[in-house]
Ligand binder design. Structure first.
Ligand SMILES: *[C@@H]1O[C@H](CO)[C@@H](O)[C@H](O)[C@H]1NC(C)=O
Ligand SMILES: *[C@@H]1O[C@H](CO)[C@@H](O)[C@H](O)[C@H]1NC(C)=O
Ligand SMILES: *[C@@H]1O[C@H](CO)[C@@H](O)[C@H](O)[C@H]1NC(C)=O
Ligand SMILES: [Ca+2]
Length: 348
């Protein structure tokens, strides 16, 4: 048998297929259009000419496809023989060349040195639900690699998370279970045999576990817990804005006024950061300037409330000089100007 062509078990490469393409391509190429007797005569001559054979062989493989070019070179004689001798008798070049002569290929659905049927039969290898090892080649063991929905030697069984929505002796269709089921017999969450992690069985169905409803949050203290179907997530209570070029990315969860939270926004704070106080269930800014205890105690000084804090600043007409609010230069000038016009004032 001429089956060992190299160290590796050979795949049918692209050559035989390209051969067939090559044949059709060249047939069309030089004789497009017209339909005169002369053209037909010339065409039929060209059809079986050596020139055309050379053209075909030259165009068989992509110049970069080493394996294909190698194969053509190696078997050029066979191709010539077929061209001049067997073309009429064996019009199927693929079968004559690749399967029967050089014995690299097997008919589809078969494998191995003797081209025996794949698991599940040559008609529908692996029952159409997988790939047969060595299909169409002289190698492989014919075993099935099933698609993810299927399992078993013949790809007729359903994988975990799938159920048989159709089944007879030769055909099997596996369909995804409901999200909540690990294994199931049907499409809904009442058809689960087992629940997936994150789901729990009540009387009739698998339902989501609310991981956040427990007393002790599964999240860190600087995170809040967000329940989701089949799971939960921990979201940062820290509010951060990253400015990148001109795009703003908000990594926001809790309100910036929160110290720990149970959700988004100022009404979900556990407690408030300093400068904020819990008022009507919201963290609101404390107005330090209205507190009975005076915050700004220097003379000629005003208190200015800010979000989360306050500032002390000299009143209008005064400026800070070594920690004391003194009249600005302009105010001083005005004052002395006023002083020099006492009568004008008194008269008013
Ligand atoms: C199994 O089902 C397929 C698809 O519906 C059908 O073509 C085939 O004839 C059925 N085979 C048998 C034995 O019932
Ligand atoms: C708390 O703040 C939210 C968002 O600013 C607001 O919609 C809500 O009315 C406030 N609640 C109270 C009780 O003030
Ligand atoms: C000076 O007098 C004007 C009005 O005549 C008044 O507006 C201004 O405040 C006075 N300046 C000072 C420093 O008393
Ligand atoms: Ca959950």
């Amino acid at each position: 048998m001429g089956r060992s062509l190299g160290a590796e078990p050979r795949r049918p490469a692209l050559a035989p297929l390209l051969l067939l393409l090559g044949l059709t391509d060249t047939a069309k190429k030089n004789f497009g259009g017209g339909n005169t007797a002369w053209e037909e005569k010339t065409l039929s001559k060209y059809e079986s000419s050596e020139i055309r054979l050379v053209e075909i062989i030259e165009n068989l493989c992509d110049s970069s496809n080493f394996e294909c070019n190698n194969m053509v070179e190696e078997h050029e004689e066979h191709i010539e023989t077929w061209w001049f001798k067997w073309k009429k008798k064996y019009p199927d070049l693929f079968k004559w060349f690749c399967i029967e002569t050089i014995e690299v290929c097997c008919p589809a659905g078969t494998h191995g040195p003797d081209c025996i049927a794949c698991h599940g039969g040559s008609e529908r290898p692996c029952h159409g639900n997988g790939h047969c090892d060595g299909d169409g080649t002289r190698s492989g063991d014919g075993s099935c690699s099933c698609k993810k929905e299927y399992k078993g030697e013949f790809c007729l069984e359903c994988s975990d998370g799938y159920y048989n929505s159709y089944r007879n002796d030769t055909h099997s269709v596996c369909t995804a279970c409901h999200d909540s089921c690990k294994t199931c017999t049907g499409a809904t969450n009442t058809d689960c045999k087992d629940c997936k992690e994150g789901w729990i069985r009540n009387e009739e169905a698998c339902v989501d576990v609310d991981e956040c409803a427990v007393e002790d949050s599964p999240c860190r203290t600087d995170q809040y817990c967000l329940n989701t179907d089949g799971s939960y997530s921990c979201k940062a209570c820290i509010y951060a804005i990253l400015k990148m070029i001109d795009l703003l990315f908000y990594f926001s969860a809790c309100d910036p006024s929160c110290l720990g939270c149970t959700g988004e926004g100022p009404s979900k704070c556990k407690s408030c950061i300093s400068g904020y106080e819990m008022k009507d269930e919201n963290c609101t800014d404390v107005d330090e300037c209205t507190l009975s205890e005076k915050m700004c105690i220097r003379e000629n000084e005003d208190c200015i409330n800010t979000p989360g804090a306050y500032k002390c600043a000299c009143s209008v007409g005064f400026q800070d000089s070594d920690g004391v609010c003194v009249p600005t230069v302009k105010a001083e000038e005005e004052m002395s100007a006023n002083a020099s016009l006492p009568n004008a004032h008194e008269d008013l």
